[in-house]
Design a binder for this molecule. Structure first.
Ligand SMILES: Cc1ncc(COP(=O)(O)O)c(C=O)c1O
Length: 306
């Protein structure tokens, strides 16, 4: 359950948490055509609060709108400023921020040409997404019976609301079966991503993640990890991954704004490597947390002070 905060930004103004309501005829509620983002803010060792890679998240929100051919009423700068202001209005030092661009009430056919395009931003406190201790000890994952969207069925580069029914089905299946997270294959059987994370494996010292031409979201944490791997001198490749390569991996981990860098210690009840957090995963995780929370000042361009 999300703890109630004070204010939610709706259409250019702050409203009280309990007043942030939408009409039942909100088009996106029926058909899922809408864009969203997930952004984190962290309190760093210097005591300041910083939003991580705000520009990239706002750009992806607007890219998703472009893919869906919907036009927000607000500019990128207005949405970025409102994101920071939402943290301030709620006295948040750390937290998760969720901008949404959705279609409001109006004609109810799926065409949705004349519905108003509404923008809102809500923030809440969110700890370790894949459970307490997940980033330290690693998690157990299951390959899902649900495939990720074919590139011509959905728009995998869009963070589009409706596409997340696929993620929810896979996640629920995995959780009910006793695992922490689902790994989805694409319709050709290649490993694509988690229900809300990109995936990396390490084999013989090489870091591998599926390429952007695969059925994956262009993860901002994925890009962060590829950048840090280059800086650490870890050979990294963007290649298709098969199920057996995943089973044979020495290390594996998920990346995502919510999941951060979470080691995968088991897939389908098979231990990954030694079944423990591997050395390369640990190194990249330390760099990541050093930048978002700690004293690693290597990438000031990734941080926006609140
Ligand atoms: C399906 C999916 N893949 C990957 C990611 C990771 O993306 P990011 O690192 O930008 O949060 C997310 C989360 O946003 C996601 O929902």
């Amino acid at each position: 359950m999300v703890d109630k905060l004070k204010k939610i930004w709706m259409e250019g103004e702050f409203v009280d948490w309990d007043d942030a309501k939408v009409h039942i005829l909100t088009h996106s509620l029926h058909y899922g055509l809408g864009a969203f983002e997930g952004i984190r803010a962290y309190r760093r060792a210097d005591g300041g609060t910083y939003v991580f890679r705000l520009k990239e998240h706002i750009d992806r929100l607007f890219d998703t709108c472009r893919l869906l051919a919907i036009q927000p009423r607000f500019t990128r700068q207005q949405v970025a400023d409102a994101t920071v202001e939402t943290l301030r209005q709620n006295d948040m030092q750390e937290g998760y921020i969720r901008p949404l661009v959705y279609l409001g009430e109006g004609p109810m056919g799926v065409y949705a040409h004349d519905n108003p395009v509404r923008t809102t931003i809500v923030a809440w406190h969110w700890g370790a997404y894949l459970g307490k201790g997940a980033t330290e000890a690693g998690i157990r994952a299951k390959i899902s019976a649900f495939a990720r969207h074919h590139i011509n069925v959905g728009l995998p580069k869009a963070k589009m609301m409706g596409q997340y029914t696929n993620s929810s089905l896979a996640k629920r299946e995995a959780r009910i079966a006793g695992y922490n997270e689902a790994i989805l294959l694409d319709p050709n059987g290649y490993v694509s991503e988690g229900s809300g994370e990109n995936i990396f494996i390490v084999r013989r010292g090489r870091l591998i993640t599926p390429p952007l031409s695969a059925s994956i979201l262009e993860g901002i944490t994925r890009d962060t990890i590829l950048t840090l791997a280059r800086e650490e001198g870890i050979p990294a490749a963007e290649e298709m991954i098969t199920r057996d390569q995943l089973y044979l991996a020495d290390e594996a981990f998920f990346t995502g704004t919510a999941a951060e860098v979470t080691p995968i210690r088991e897939v389908d009840d098979r231990a990954i490597g030694e079944g423990q957090v591997g050395a390369i995963t640990r190194r990249l995780q330390q760099r990541f947390f050093g930048i978002v929370r700690g004293e690693d000042n290597a990438h000031p361009e990734w941080l926006t002070r609140v």
